[in-house]
Design a protein around this ligand. Structure first.
Ligand SMILES: Cc1cc2nc3c(=O)[nH]c(=O)nc-3n(C[C@H](O)[C@H](O)[C@H](O)COP(=O)(O)OP(=O)(O)OC[C@H]3O[C@@H](n4cnc5c(N)ncnc54)[C@H](O)[C@@H]3O)c2cc1C
Length: 399
């Protein structure tokens, strides 16, 4: 049996960033990814924010910059135009492979097509290793600390009975397409029942002729199949697809995202949860990649430091304290807005997107990025006396 200081389960943005940071801190690290390559199955759309993602060492060759933001409801449309690009659509495969190269360069081992199937416990019931199905057969490795970065399934923590399956979640399907007429500087969100009965549809451009068209649906509010819905939107050429010319899907992406808020506890003796496994994504606009990278790095650093104290829960609590301080209140506020959005009828949506039309650029970005600090929300409520805006911001501020 080979022994490692830290083993990471999952080669998404959280796991790759954790492996990189832990290896940089001189820990002996191995990462397991069950798919046959890093980013083989894409489960995400890749919209994020340029300033934040560049701070995390993702440079412009990995994304398409976005200046304008359009919201379409059944009988309304609002476009917010910017003079500079603030958002972007990531080339997800190139970003994740870049993160894998950084992890490898830092000294982490990476095993692809390697599915973690079980956890090994010692005589005191403490995690001491993992069982992994690999192309060479089943292996058992020893590990002082396991980082569960397995995404939606929190597979290690669930196997140990420490967490239960998410009950509220979003399910999404997306085609990456050749498309004849794409405005490559504008992303579009479409709301209302014809697009999604509990969520929204999107158009996220990657370049002049390459675009992602997708649908997200909230469970348990709706059990509609997102692929069927997506096919119907494309077949019916719902607005704005009617102006996009030839649309030819070349790749189907499919994914699940927790929509319930944070896991209560994300550290245990010898175990950390990070990324979607910990519930670190912003549910308002299904945005989790930058958090997965940021908190993956944090988990790797603190995890490596904890080895000196046997990686007991107490030595890992600093990780939980820091990440919760950065996002807990924002995610909770985003959930409140989302619970309002999920119940809206078509005519409500026509009115709701008017709130966005009234916002300044700064207000819009704070809102869509879920920067719901009390000070910012109060200013918004004061600046926007319209009843709906007031209701929305009152709701966010209420505890
Ligand atoms: C439809 C949809 C659209 C989204 N759009 C956006 C967006 O536009 N912008 C954004 O920022 N976020 C978006 N998100 C959210 C974002 O994708 C996630 O928050 C992010 O991917 C979380 O990263 P992660 O590393 O925690 O998990 P994942 O990216 O899910 O990675 C987990 C990895 O673990 C592997 N794995 C799982 N179990 C095992 C096992 N037992 N053994 C070995 N490997 C295992 C999986 O194969 C996977 O590669 C979207 C999500 C969905 C579902």
């Amino acid at each position: 049996m080979v022994d490692y200081d830290i083993s990471v389960v999952g080669g998404g943005p959280a796991g790759l960033s954790a492996a990189c940071a832990a290896a940089k801190s001189k820990a002996k690290v191995i990462l397991f990814e069950k798919d046959q390559s890093i980013a083989h199955n894409i489960r995400t759309s890749g919209v994020t924010w340029i300033e934040e993602i560049e701070r995390l060492r993702i440079s412009k060759e990995h994304y398409n910059p976005i200046k304008n933001y359009t919201f379409i409801s059944p009988s309304n449309e609002v476009t917010i135009r910017g003079s500079t690009a603030k958002s972007c659509v990531l080339n997800v495969r190139s970003v994740y492979q870049h993160l894998a190269f950084l992890a490898a360069e830092a000294g982490s081992e990476i095993m692809i097509k390697s599915n973690v199937t079980n956890v090994v416990l010692d005589s005191k019931n403490r995690i001491s290793g993992l069982k992994v199905g690999t192309p060479k057969g089943e292996i058992v490795i020893g590990s002082k600390l396991v980082i569960d970065a397995s995404g939606f399934n929190s597979s290690v923590a669930q196997r140990l009975g420490l967490v239960s399956r998410w009950k509220r979640y979003g399910i999404g399907a997306e085609y990456e397409c050749y498309c004849e007429n794409v405005d490559s500087e504008t992303w579009t969100l479409m709301v209302g029942r014809q697009y999604s009965d509990a969520g929204y549809a999107w158009i996220f451009p990657l370049s002049k002729y390459r675009v992602k068209i997708g649908v997200g649906i909230g469970r348990p509010e709706s059990y509609t199949d997102p692929v069927e819905k997506l096919n119907s939107i494309i077949e019916k050429r719902l607005k704005p697809l009617d102006k996009m010319g030839k649309i030819q899907p070349v790749e189907l992406h499919h994914g699940l995202i927790p929509n319930e808020g944070l896991r209560k506890s994300t550290v245990y003796d010898g175990l950390m949860l990070v990324g979607d496994s910990a519930g670190q994504a912003n549910p308002l606009v299904l945005e989790g990649i930058r958090y997965a990278i940021e908190f993956g790095m944090l988990a790797g650093e603190i995890g490596a430091k904890s080895l000196a104290q046997n990686s007991d829960k107490g030595s890992l609590l600093e990780y939980e304290r820091i990440w919760k301080k950065r996002v807990e209140s924002k995610i909770n506020s985003a959930l409140k807005v989302q619970s309002r959005w999920i119940g809206l009828k078509d005519e409500d949506w026509d009115r709701e997107i008017e709130i966005l039309r009234d916002m300044s650029h700064e207000e819009f970005f704070d809102f869509i990025k879920a920067e719901f600090t009390a000070r910012k929300m109060l200013r918004l409520a004061l600046n926007h006396p319209k009843l709906m805006a007031r209701q929305l911001f009152d709701m966010v501020l209420r505890n």
